[in-house]
Design a protein around this ligand. Structure first.
Ligand code: AMP
Length: 289
């Protein structure tokens, strides 16, 4: 049973570091849950998992400007700090780190993480520079909080691969745990961006999870031809012409390359615009016996 407690809110790196030092001195392991705020039950599931398995849970709330493209929704991204604090208080967070932009990127900041390979397809093609911003801010948060474990959602599948690569390449002594995607009752993956959807768009958005479910069903029924699984995905999406699909693919779950047969863990990934809102979703398939 996770207790309700009032987490400390800190805005400065020095305060964060002091709190982490105290927790370590008390023998507590440090769990980190990086978020951009506008928290929903998907985020909360990561906080729960950290509180369950780590002695001291830090939730970071920072809308990171460097991961947004010039035409993306940085300025209108929802900012709901009070509600976020109330939500994670009931879920065992010990500390909320909510820095101002200048704390993370003081004037003169000039160093960025440039990662090749896994950052390049899919989200990398649709959102140039996105993972440069993600990898940079996550590395900074890791250096600031020095966690033992960091929790990420499978909802952002490619991002989890990018973070794992970052940890490997920079020899970071941090365990990365990937937690399942939380969905609304009708299947829509929870996302801070869902609040942008009108009622009509909310219905159209269901085609993403529906397509993934259909693909999963035929994979589970034994279909091993990746092209056929991809066809099912794309046909289901095409039945909702109001959405604009950016990609709908089946890829190797480690490399994101397209295999011909489903003989290894694969992931179906979709990105689509529903109205002006860009949504992503995915589904992992393990080859069954
Ligand atoms: P964000 O605030 O969108 O940057 O997300 C912060 C973390 O929450 C990331 O690791 C996301 O993958 C994770 N997350 C977002 N939506 C969900 C969801 N529906 N289920 C589980 N985790 C999620």
């Amino acid at each position: 049973m996770i207790e309700t407690k009032q987490p400390r809110i800190v805005h400065d790196v020095a305060d964060l570091r002091r709190a982490v030092q105290e927790a370590r001195a008390a023998g507590r392991s440090i769990g980190l849950v990086p978020t951009m705020g506008a928290l929903h039950p998907g985020h909360v599931s990561l906080v729960d998992e950290s509180a369950r398995t780590c002695g001291f849970t830090i939730v970071t709330i920072f809308v990171n400007p460097t991961q947004f493209g010039p035409k993306e929704d940085f300025s209108k991204y929802p900012r709901t700090l009070e509600a976020d604090v109330a939500l994670v208080s009931a879920h065992g967070a010990d500390l909320i780190f909510a820095p101002a932009t200048e704390v993370v990127y003081p004037p003169g900041h000039a160093t960025f993480v440039e990662m090749h390979g896994i950052t390049e397809p899919l989200e990398g093609e649709c959102r140039p520079g996105h993972f440069r911003g993600v990898a940079t801010v996550v590395l900074k948060l890791f250096n600031m909080a020095a966690p033992d474990v960091a929790f990420f959602g499978r909802k952002d599948f490619q991002q989890t691969l990018v973070i794992k690569q970052l940890v490997r390449d920079f020899d970071l002594p941090i365990e990365i745990r990937v937690c399942p995607t939380l969905r609304e009752a009708d299947g829509l993956a929870m996302s801070s961006r869902n609040i942008y959807l009108s009622n009509e768009e909310r219905q159209q958005a269901l085609s993403l999870s529906r397509a993934l479910r259909k693909a999963e069903q035929i994979a589970k029924a034994g279909e091993r031809d990746v092209w056929k699984i991809r066809d099912v995905l794309q046909t289901e999406l095409a039945a909702t012409p109001a959405i604009r699909v950016q990609y709908a693919v089946v890829a190797d779950a480690e490399t994101l390359r397209e295999p011909a047969t489903l003989d290894r863990p694969c992931v179906a990934l979709i990105a689509a615009f529903v109205g002006k809102t860009r949504l992503i979703d995915n589904c992992l398939f393990e080859p069954s016996a």
